[in-house]
Structures are given as C-alpha cells and as structure tokens.
Design a protein around this ligand. Structure first.
Ligand code: EPU
Length: 431
C-alpha cells in the first residue's frame, strides 16, 4: 500500500476549469467480469477498457494465486485463462483488501466444489455482512462451516444445485455471484429481489454473448439455466464506462468549470444525478455519451434533497461528491443514506473546512449552503469520499493535503494527471 498523498491549490470558488475529461471503464463492472473467467474453457476470456487501478490489479493477483493467468496490459486489455489446477482457497491478505473478492466464491465453488475464504475487506462504510452469500450457497446444496472470520463452503458430489433464492436485501455483488454460480449449477436458478445496477446487466450481457442462458435482464428476477463451461466467441468484450467517475466529474464541473466536456460516458446510466443537477440549475448539453457543462460567473446552484437508493435511484457511491455540491448550493438539502450506515462520517471533515452540516443520525444529515470552504489536511477514508475530498479541495480557498491516496487509486486511474489537464492545480507526493 503506497503512502502517497495529494496536494491541491484550491480555486476559492472560481469556475475556471475547462477542456475535456474522458471517463474510464467501470471498476465495478470490470471486477465481476474478471471473476467470471473461472467458468470458461481453457481459452479463457479477454476484456478491453479495463481501468488501471489498484482494485483491478488486486483482482489479477488473486486470480493468479488460485491458478489463473491474469494479465492487464497498458492498453487496458486483460486476458485471463486457467493455467493449471485451480486452488479452492482465496489468499487472505489480498481478499481482505477489497470487497469484490467475495464474487470469486461463486465461480470457484461452482467449478471446484469447494471454497475457503476470509471475510472480505473493502471500504469501511458499514457492517457489510455476507449472510446473503451464505444463505444462497446453502440453498444451492452447499455445507458451510465458519471458524472465526474464515469460511469453508463445500458441495458434496462437487456440483451446485439450481435453486430459488430470494435476496432479503438487494445486493450488487451477491446478484453477480449467484448469476455466475448458477451457470455451472445443475438445473435452473431463480434469483428474486436482485439488484439491477448497470454493471450487473453488463455482466449478464457478456455471459449471454458467450452462450449463457439468462433471462430477466434489467429486472429484479433473473432466471439462469445451468450448463457447461462457457466459451468466449468474440474477443475483448468492452467494459462499460464508469458511471460513478462520470457523475463525480459532472459534480466537479457544476462546481468549478467554465466549459467542461465529459466524454465516453453513458448518460442513460446517470438519470438520477442528472435530474438533481437540472433541479439545481446546472446548464448542460447532454448527448448519449457526453455531457457539456458551461457556467458563467453568475451561475448559482440551488440545493436539493438526496435519498440514496439501489439503481436506478441515487447511487450511494455518488453521495459524498454530491455533499460537496450541497455545501456550495443556496438553501438546505437533506441527505438520507439508506444503503450503508457508516457512509456519512466523512462529513465531519467538510465541517472542519467550513461547511454547515448537521448530523441527525448515522443515516441522515442536513447541509446548509452556500458556505466558502477552506483548504485542510484530510485523511481519505474510502474510495468515493476520497474523490469527494479532492473535489472539496479544488473548490476551497487555499491548500489542501489529501492523505491515503491509495484509496483514491483503488478506484480512479491516474486521477491527478487527468485533473491537471482541465486546469486543476493538484500534485501527487510520493510517501
Ligand atoms: N448486504 C447484506 N448482506 C449481504 C450483502 C449485502 O446485508 O450478504 C447489505 C449491505 O450491507 C448493504 C446492502 O446490502 O447495506 C447493499 O450492499 P451491496 O451488497 O449491494 O454492496 P456491495 O455489492 O458490497 C457494491 C459496490 C459498492 C457500492 C454498493 C452499492 C462493487 C465491487 N461494490 O458493493 O461500491 O457502494 O454495491 O451500490 O460492486 C465502491 O465502488 O467504492 C463501492 C463501495
């Protein structure tokens, strides 16, 4: 883990950023696609538009460790295939570093009949249990033993059985895990109350393009026909653009840009945020794959309320950047974080920067704006709040230091270089 940090000279509220910023492939689409490689034949799979970030590298390391070859090249293409016998246990040290490691449990159990893994790590934004995974695997005929924070799951006879699984809570990675596992199970698997995030649809579309039988895309019920290992027909399936990165750039643009074009995004995935930004008065030209923001000196933002929700509702991963926007908007806005109970703690740091935020409880805050922000020394607590701190640093007057650059690097590729190109005064200091 690097100890790098960012130093930002803030704009003090000026709207002067300009140029073009391109959105990269989505982290949360790349990781399940990569995990699905386990259920393919010896030729393996390949993807393009994979971001060069810490989490995709961790996924490569974990795959290599279990017996897959997984190489990400400098053009953003990853090629993954099985090199030898698969190991059924996930390396604890790597798995503890990112939550998406849990997706590997599905394909590994389906392929080898056994999986041993530690409780997955990831951002500290709430309890993040894995009960949905355990319950689902039991329904598919597996036996689960738990020792401390380590799990061993086995299927007698080696094959998972198709099952009807109702998720008591919509979960992105649980939906992805059981879609993949269901494809090697015996018979039909019906998943009810699934999450519907675009990353799940992208995974299903890829699997279907390789012959998988999955129906119910973009709905909360997915039906999966179990069968044989899959075969990728056309190479380099392209990862969808990162809607969270696009949304964060959009918020930065609304706050600090004179003339900013965000390219290579899918605006149909951003409806909820775009709706709020229109309500706030942001002037945008919206194409299918770009958004152009033009602000004048007089452009003022109006506050709005946010309630995070599963897709297509307001994404919890955009909640922190949106709070920065509310600190600069006229009026009062409430933020109701419904997905994770620890995901508003970062707002204390915005208060230190000069924001007026009342914490009503661990799920709800009130933001009163606009208030000028002052540069500060901050510790990035997780991937998304880390980028929000960078945005707050750019808005603020004076210098900010954002420690724990590693968290930002987990989700965003060379962020400082891309922000410098649109006029942000940000540098990385090697720690
Ligand atoms: N939950 C359970 N039991 C489970 C699994 C989840 O109660 O077994 C609960 C969670 O505690 C949470 C809710 O279900 O309250 C939804 O969590 P979900 O499982 O959907 O989250 P996740 O799959 O762990 C993914 C993203 C997160 C994103 C959430 C919500 C990936 C790799 N991660 O996490 O992204 O915040 O969905 O949209 O896809 C990030 O990228 O920085 C990030 C945290």
């Amino acid at each position: 883990m690097n100890k790098d940090y960012f130093v930002i000279k803030g704009l003090g509220g000026k709207k002067i950023l300009k140029g073009e910023i391109k959105v990269n492939g989505a982290k949360n689409a790349s990781l399940p696609l990569m995990a699905s490689a386990i259920i393919f034949n010896e030729k393996g799979v390949s993807f393009s538009n994979v971001p060069d970030i810490e989490d995709t590298h961790r996924m490569c390391e974990l795959m290599e460790e279990i017996g897959m070859s997984c190489k990400l090249d400098e053009k953003g293409c990853v090629k993954i295939f099985q090199k030898g016998k698969l190991k059924s246990s996930l390396d604890g040290e790597i798995a503890k570093r990112f939550r998406a490691s849990v997706i590997l449990t599905g394909p590994l159990l389906a392929k080898t009949g056994k999986v041993i893994f530690p409780h997955p790590g990831g951002c500290v934004i709430g309890a993040r249990p894995i009960d949905l995974f355990i319950d689902g695997f039991k329904k598919m005929g597996a036996k689960v033993s738990v020792e401390g924070k380590n799990y061993e799951i086995k299927v007698s006879g080696g094959n998972l059985k198709g099952a009807k699984i109702f998720f008591k809570q919509q979960s992105v990675t649980a939906t992805e895990t059981f879609v993949i596992a269901g494809l090697l199970a015996k018979g039909e698997t019906v998943l009810e109350n699934c999450a519907m995030e675009p990353e799940i649809t992208a995974l299903c579309e890829f699997l279907i393009s390789c012959g998988a039988k999955i129906s119910g895309l973009n709905s909360t019920t997915l039906v999966i026909e179990g069968g044989e290992v899959l075969n990728q027909i056309s190479e380099n399936f392209e990862v969808i653009p990162d809607r969270i990165e696009a949304g964060s750039f959009l918020i930065l643009g609304a706050l600090c840009a004179k003339d900013l074009k965000i390219t290579n995004c899918r605006t149909s995935h951003l409806s909820s945020l775009l709706n709020n930004l229109k309500e706030a008065g942001v002037k945008m030209e919206i194409g299918e794959d770009f958004i152009h923001i033009k602000n004048t000196k007089k452009s003022a933002l109006k506050s709005f309320d946010i309630k995070t929700h599963e897709y297509p509702g307001f994404p919890t991963d955009l909640q922190a950047p949106a709070v920065v926007l509310l600190t600069q908007a006229i009026g009062e806005g409430t933020v109701f974080e419904t997905i994770f109970e620890g995901r508003l703690n970062f707002t204390e740091d915005f208060v230190k920067m000069g924001a007026t935020i009342q914490m009503w409880n661990s799920h709800k805050i009130l933001v009163k704006g606009p208030t000028p922000l002052k540069g500060k020394d901050l510790e990035s607590p997780d991937i998304r709040a880390g980028l929000a701190f960078i945005i707050a640093g750019i808005v603020a007057e004076g210098e900010s230091k954002i420690n724990n650059a590693y968290y930002v690097d987990r989700g965003y590729e060379m962020i400082e270089k891309r922000l410098q190109k649109i006029g942000v005064d940000i540098k990385r200091v090697k720690g």
